[in-house]
Every structure is written in structure tokens, then in C-alpha cells.
Design a protein around this ligand. Structure first.
Ligand code: HPA
Length: 279
């Protein structure tokens, strides 16, 4: 199934009705155990996904399933506390639906965060990684189906999905905070099973530094509709086969909890120092 432009507009109109003229600039999609930033939004207007026409629910652990509008580090933001995943049974179009709705509400920038498995041998569990690029070659694109020209062109360029100027901003802020920030390529796997050791060896050969089950669809859609994107990965665990132990969901949530402070500090610093919107 493909959504129509009118459906995106309907969702946006419903939200506008709640916002009293407030216009968010930065859309934030927060991953496993990282949704707490949404709790720091000032003067929040909270809208559960279930209320919004055409919106899907998120069922994954550590994902609340609500939109929080308000001010964070001085920026007008719209925080998706909880994202949808393909493994929950949603199509890629459904997974990335919210990004387009937030674009219609005025967001020109997307901040995405996720927890992922480290593939790069120089990484350690607990590291933060600036996403420089992504690999999503398996399964279809969220843009499959009739193109909606109101959002973008049929064959969008993907050379700079993660905006170079925002990557530079992140490096600067990490330096300022005296924080070690890794960099690398995020490779998407559909899950929900974690990867096999053989799949991780493959991912490494293909150029991945981290692997996870989210983010890539939303970023493709954001790029299509002309948004700037900044992405961070929390390396929650080393990927399958790299350590002599199995992976667990609890380990991922614990790592998110442990990284909370430095992760928040970096994301808030990037928000605060985001260059002013182009007129
Ligand atoms: N693989 C895929 N997704 C993940 C992982 C992993 O190792 N850790 C957290 N999310």
C-alpha cells in the first residue's frame, strides 16, 4: 500500500490543531532506550501516536510511542519517542511515515539516534559513533511505489544523506566536550534476530562499522524530502561473533542507560549550536 499526499497532510493538520502555531524545526527520532531526551523538552505538547490519523504504534522495548513538541536546548523540536521498525510488521513506508509528517509541520532537520552492534574492531561497547553514511541494500526502499513529487524527486541523490556540515558540527561539539566520538558507516539489517557471526563478517567486508535494525529507512525518506540529517549510534554491544558470548536485548538497554549522560550532552550541544535556518 502507498500513502497519498492527502494522508500525510491529514496527519499534519491534526497535529497543527494541537500546536497553537508552534512550528518545530528539528525532528528527532530516538532509538532503543534513548527516548529520555524527549522527557527534557520544555513546555511539552505530547501526542500519542495512536491519536494521530494514519500513524502506527511502536511496540519495541524502550520505545514510548508518542510525539513530544516543545523546546530543547533552545530549539523548537518534535521528538518521536519511539520509532517503528520493519520487524514489527510495518512496511518501510509506514516506518518512515512520521518523518514526512514532521517535514510538513516545518522541520528542516532530522536528528536520529539508535543503539547498534559494533562491527569495527577498534570500537567498544558504550562508544558513541557519528554516522557518516549508511548501507541499506537488502529489501526494498521506503520510496518504493508511486513517487510523491510534493516531497521530492523520483531518483533522489544519496551522496550526502548525513549532512556534511552537521557532521562537522558534531565533531566540534564532541571536541568541546572532550568526548571521544567514533565515526563510521551504519549498516541496516531487518532483524528482529540479531545477526549471525557470518553476517557480521560480511558486513565488515562490505564497509560497515556498526549494524542495526532502524534509522536507514527514515534517513532515506528525510533525504528525499530535502531535510538535513545528523545521526548518532550508541555502540551498545559488539556484534555477533566478536566476543565469546551471545547478545541480549537487556545488554542493549543497559548500555543505553549507561551512556545516557554523555549521549544527552552531545545531542543537546549539537541542537544548541545548530546554525540558524536558511531563510
Ligand atoms: N545488531 C543489530 N541491532 C542491534 C545490535 C546488534 O548487534 N545491538 C543493538 N541493536
Amino acid at each position: 500500500m502507498n500513502y497519498t499526499y492527502a494522508q500525510y497532510e491529514e496527519s499534519a493538520a491534526y497535529l497543527r490543531g494541537k500546536l497553537n502555531g508552534f512550528r518545530p524545526r528539528v525532528a528527532m527520532v530516538l532509538g532503543s532506550g534513548l527516548g529520555y531526551l524527549g522527557d527534557q523538552v520544555e513546555n511539552p505538547v505530547i501526542v500519542p501516536y495512536g491519536e494521530i490519523p494514519h500513524f502506527k504504534h511502536s511496540t519495541a522495548p524502550g520505545h514510548k510511542g508518542q510525539l513530544v513538541f516543545g523546546t530543547l536546548a533552545g530549539q523548537p523540536v518534535a521528538v518521536m519517542q519511539g520509532r517503528m521498525h520493519h520487524y514489527e510488521g510495518y512496511s518501510y513506508e509506514e516506518v518512515s511515515y512520521g518523518v514526512r509528517v514532521l517535514r510538513l509541520l516545518g522541520c528542516d532537520t532530522l536528528f536520529v539516534t539508535n543503539a547498534a552492534g559494533g562491527v569495527n574492531f577498534t570500537f567498544h561497547a558504550g562508544d558513541l559513533m557519528l554516522i557518516t553514511d549508511q548501507i541499506k541494500i537488502f529489501m526494498e526502499s521506503p520510496l518504493r511505489g508511486e513517487n510523491l513529487p510534493e516531497f521530492g524527486v523520483r531518483f533522489p541523490d544519496a551522496s550526502y544523506l548525513y549532512t556534511p556540515a552537521l557532521r562537522e558540527l558534531a565533531r566540534r561539539q564532541a571536541r568541546r566536550l572532550d568526548m571521544d566520538l567514533k565515526e563510521g558507516v551504519y549498516m541496516y539489517f531487518p532483524g528482529p534476530q540479531y545477526e549471525t557471526p557470518a553476517e557480521i563478517r560480511m558486513a565488515r567486508v562490505l564497509g560497515a562499522d556498526a549494524v542495526g535494525m532502524s534509522t536507514a529507512p527514515e534517513v532515506i525518506v528525510a533525504g528525499h524530502c530535502g531535510m538535513q540529517v545528523l545521526g548518532f549510534t550508541l555502540v551498545a554491544n559488539m556484534a555477533a561473533g566478536m566476543l565469546p558470548q551471545p547478545l541480549s536485548e537487556q545488554e542493549v538497554l543497559d548500555a543505553a542507560e549507561a551512556a545516557r549522560e554523555k549521549f544527552s550532552a552531545l545531542v543537546l550541544a549539537c541542537l544548541e549550536h545548530l546554525p540558524a535556518e536558511e531563510a
